[in-house]
Design a protein around this ligand. Structure first.
Ligand code: AHR
Length: 666
């Protein structure tokens, strides 16, 4: 009997009126008809230095403006002038250096009760009790002396968290190192450098890293943040952006060549997110490139993810200036792309392969994917895209190139029209892979699980390269990473999986967010200087990735609950996992009612006695995770007895459920 269920007002406002057939929903999975292969790249991650994602985040450096290259050279630093001390500080320039040409000069007449400089870090420095921190500095005494430097990690109380002393500075630049062990934990510590002796002491590349970085690397990454990524087992890593690839103008575009080699020689530039949003101005946001292209390739390798660099194609961000490199000046941009491929894949005795080898990686990184621009549109993009494709394919036909389709059709000028134009060109040009972005309200994601069902299958693969449900509006500062958004993304992802013959890669955006340094929300992973938590959206991404499977299995859902617009609010997709011989069924119940369904695994000869079940569910659509309750919404695993290929299951209200059933196909 058909029963129309009217759901409570609060829910209907969010999800629309839902109708369904209690107890009559049937999910049929054709385990004997495995379809398209699901690529290992299906579920990946996209890293951009936004929200203090790199400097202040993943890159474990704790000192902000360590080489005094911010345009306000002293930003992040302050003078310590205690009773009786006399002296001053200023920024000087090396006459011989073009890049990173500044250093700090401290002229001290009397140190009194303390003279020196302090650095605040990136909204403070996270310091942990019992952990070691490596301090490095380039220093010289240019006048007077002898002079020494007392290094102090300071917190809220007068007693330092850790102390060390460096002395014996000569008149020539030299690097000095000290390791400090912290006696207490502090989320917002600072670094104090006290001068001892009188004279002139010059400092540069003042650096403080935890010794325990990811894999213990000296120019390393924050281990807890990388761990979150590693646990997702991402299929690829898209980097470094995003809009920072384009830059507001071409002279501040991302240039990979300035991000490799000795970190002291990497040329700092402004971060495009510094002034992007008036509601979240971040005047101290720059790119030191301590986390540069070599480190991105290394991270991809560590994660077992395909590296996917995105390169500037001679166009500045079209949301900003849209500055264009003239066609007859595109050569250096194209050469950068070719050299990047050689840097990643070339032999250790090639020009750029040698630089990789010198940095410690003689083996190639195995680059297979490359994005031509981030969000570009218009004929100007097509004419530049063609030049890149020709040059790259001539030399490296094996590299798969990713074409951009502007941004989300709803947020850039003439959106749909522009995207249709781009698609018509890409079809003509037989593009390898086309990148689509979606930043929309949760209901759009719920309504769009069938988006790719009817897309033409005529050559180009699709990469859903950026998406995220926006609870209020695109990049609204009030957006929340709530369960409503995460659940709607899960519903959409069942559609991506069902269409894995066409959609071969996808990833959420943005990835990281510092609680005190963000510009854009929502974001997948939130952190402060000491802690990190995954949002419900993170767990959705992680569960899809960990339960990818190898082949799409056809699924039919009869009598699914529907919204008043006729779109389903109950979704299913399935995959066959060849290594474990399991049917992997993903079901999203986006209604506020438990739905009892019959599941039929058609074509199975015998089933294992139990199925493994993982449920991600929230009590309310407004539920969120936080530092205090990081796992309010987190996967819960169980096992259920299964005696035949047809069995019943109660899908919780507002839930993503993954059922893995060991099966023998005939
Ligand atoms: O993910 C945030 C931004 O959104 C990306 O930098 C850009 O590509 C998109 O507009």
């Amino acid at each position: 009997m058909t029963r129309i269920r009217t759901i409570c007002v609060a829910t209907s406002l969010v999800l629309g009126l839902v109708t369904g057939l209690a107890g009559q929903t049937r999910i049929t999975v054709q385990t004997d008809r495995p379809g398209a292969a699901i690529r290992p790249t299906m579920w990946g991650i996209f890293f951009e230095d936004i929200n203090f994602g790199a400097d202040g985040g993943l890159y474990a450096e704790l000192v902000k403006n360590r080489s005094f290259e911010f345009p306000d050279n002293i930003m992040g630093w302050s003078r310590i002038l205690r009773d009786g001390s006399e002296g001053y500080i200023y920024v000087e320039t090396y006459p011989e250096r073009q890049v990173n040409a500044h250093f700090l000069r401290m002229k001290v007449d009397d140190t009194g009760r303390g003279f020196g400089v302090a650095n605040d870090g990136f909204r403070g420095m996270g310091i942990r009790e019992g952990k070691d921190y490596r301090f490095r500095v380039r220093a010289r005494v240019s006048e007077g002396g002898p002079m020494a430097l007392r290094i102090e990690l300071a917190g809220r109380s007068r007693r330092p968290l850790a102390e060390a002393k460096l002395e014996g500075f000569g008149s020539q630049w030299q690097e000095y190192t000290a390791v400090l062990r912290a006696g207490r934990t502090e989320e917002k510590a600072r670094l104090n450098l006290f001068v001892e002796g009188s004279g002139t002491l010059d400092l540069d590349m003042v650096s403080l890293f935890p010794v325990d970085t990811w894999k213990g690397r000296e120019n390393g990454l924050r281990a807890d943040l990388v761990q979150m990524l590693a646990e997702m087992k991402p299929g690829f890593l898209r980097f470094p952006g995003g809009c920072i690839v384009e830059g507001r103008t071409l002279d501040v575009r991302y240039q990979w060549k300035t991000t490799i080699g000795d970190p002291a020689d990497r040329k700092l530039i402004v971060n495009r997110w510094n002034t992007e949003f008036n509601h979240r101005l971040t005047p101290d946001y720059y790119q030191s490139f301590g986390l540069g292209f070599y480190e991105y390739f290394l991270l991809s390798e560590d994660l077992g993810a395909e590296p996917m660099p995105i390169i500037n194609c001679g166009m500045a961000c079209q949301f900003n200036t849209g500055e264009l490199a003239p066609m007859d000046e595109l050569g250096p941009y194209v050469q950068d792309a070719l050299d990047l491929i050689e840097f990643a894949n070339g032999p250790a005795d090639s020009e750029w392969g040698r630089k990789r080898a010198e940095m410690g990686h003689p083996e190639p990184f195995g680059l297979k994917l490359l994005g031509i621009g981030n969000e570009q549109w218009g004929p100007q993009y097509i004419e530049r895209y063609k030049v890149f494709v020709k040059a790259i394919k001539d030399q490296y036909p094996e590299i798969q190139l990713i074409a951009a389709t502007g941004s989300d059709a709803t947020i850039f000028p003439n959106g749909r029209q522009e995207i249709d134009y781009l698609w018509s060109q890409f079809r003509r040009l037989d593009a390898d892979i086309v990148d689509e972005h979606f930043y929309r309200r949760p209901d759009w994601f719920l309504d769009s699980a069938r988006l790719y069902d009817d897309y033409p299958r005529d050559g180009s693969e699709i990469f859903v390269g950026e998406y995220g449900a926006q609870s209020i509006g695109v990049a609204s500062p009030d957006n929340r990473n709530n369960w409503h958004c995460a659940l709607s993304e899960a519903a959409f992802m069942t559609g991506l999986e069902r269409n894995a013959d066409l959609v071969t890669m996808s990833c959420y955006a943005p990835l990281f967010c510092h609680v005190d340094g963000w510009q854009w929300r929502p974001d997948l992973i939130w952190f402060d200087n000491l802690r990190v938590f995954g949002t419900p959206n993170y767990y959705v991404q992680k569960l899809f990735s960990l339960n990818r499977g190898d082949r799409v299995l056809p699924v039919e859902v009869t009598e699914p609950a529907k919204a008043s617009n006729g779109e389903p609010r109950f979704y299913a997709s399935s995959a066959y996992d060849e290594s474990s011989n399991e049917m992997v069924l993903k079901v999203v119940n986006a209604t506020n009612e438990a739905i009892r369904a019959t599941i039929e695994a058609k074509g199975i000869r015998a089933v294992g006695a139990q199925a493994r079940v993982t449920v991600l569910a929230g009590d309310s659509l407004t539920d969120e995770n936080s530092f205090e309750t990081p796992e309010k919404i987190a996967p819960v695993e169980s096992k259920i007895p299964v005696r035949s290929a047809e069995f019943g299951y109660h899908f919780q209200p507002y839930s993503l459920t993954i059922i893995r059933l060991m099966c023998q196909r005939p």
